[in-house]
Design a protein around this ligand. Sequence first.
Ligand code: LFR
Length: 483
Amino acid sequence: PEHRSFAAVDLGASSGRVVVGRVGAGELSLGEVHRFGNEPVRLPSGLHWNVLGLYREVLRGLRRAAEARPVSVGVDSWAVDYGLLDGTGALLGDPHHYRDPRTDGVAEQVVREVGAAELYAANGLQFLPFNTIFQLAAARGTPRLAAARTLLLIPDLIGYWLTGSIGAEVTNASTTGLLDVARRSWSGELAAAAGCDPALLPALREPGERIGEPLPEVAAATGLEGTAVTAVASHDTASAVVGVPAAAADFGYVSCGTWSLAGLELAAPVRTEAARRANFTNELGVEGSTRFLRNIMGLWLVQETLRTWELDTAALPGLLARAAAAPPFAALVDPDDPRFLPPGDMPARIAAYCAETGQAPPPDRGALLRCVLESLALAHRRTIRGAARLADRDVRVVHLVGGGARNELLCQWTADALGLPVVAGPVEATAIGNVLVQARAAGAVGDLAEMRGLTAATQELRRYDPVGDERAWTAAASRIGLE
Ligand code: LFR
């Protein structure tokens, strides 16, 4: 055939989608066949994902995708979170959400026991209280963990339900804190630090490996009989970085959705003391690459604000127009303040932050949104500059991919704050990365450089050149300690 189709399942923290990508010579086109919300559920046991509901929507989406007769199916999702299987393969309860507070205090205790420098030397990960290693430490001694025989990260769990085949895809495994980042293999010592039986951790698989084919009941539900299920870069951020349309090596990226993941693609991890102190992470990417980046709280601040105001995203364009008209740099926050991590009243937390730091809280909704977006632009600036310094690399262009690429204010202010051009798009970089890794496994596209060339040639991108006086951003950054 002229072109071939691939089905990508991409589960994000606020929504999931099933996309069909068509790949051929000089062709890459995407069609969304199903989109669904992803709302966590609060139970007495904490904040959980509704993983069965998500799986039902995945099957629905795949049924629609089947009409395109895809060569294969790939699944990616947010990182870190996991389901536990008992010895019969049954799921033991509902996976916890990484925003559940049960790791509070536990994470710090594990770091004290192991030593922050020792931990970083082994796994190369930034400290985030919800890293899998800390979630497991928080679950130590629970009946559920005692009954567990297998731990599966979310995309591996979906892959298991689709095919019956068990494994751990390596880009996502690298976010657990249990992987020896230099050897690209599970670490018995790190598992021991969490009090986790290393036998729970399945054999690793690389992006592009075949997982299996749909089980009979899955084939019946979806019409996908005999279609390959292929491991992709199953950490959504790893797929998003594959989907970055960079032409040369001197680029930084911001994968901007619920989180802003800002940093560089490197040939090897950077685990210096300075990188550890600046809390940069070394996650594993395709073709042996490293994602050297930091998590920035991202559009979560906007999402939780809208939820508090009982508005949906349809209200956003009007609010953004008011943000654009509000006075600049009136109030700023450090988006990475841990108080912003859990769900809850975001405008109240922003107002409290402002009051505590001697700033007048934003007087209206437009001003509040301006405060959030300018603060995010400053955090993007700090992180991209920090990454370049720590890795000793030049950055000449920043690619902003994901849903945030639609936010013109955020793109322009990121360019202004950095004094660098920002190339915005594709919005669906994660689904594109998912599709392209499958396409490569099927021989329909070549290496990473070729994938990026194809994305650049076929997807809608928008360039933002920096305008205005960068010194205003420097002054704002030093006001809030975001240099
Ligand atoms: C983005 C992301 C980040 C990860 C966070 C929690 O969707 O995967 O990379 O740190 O979600 O899993």
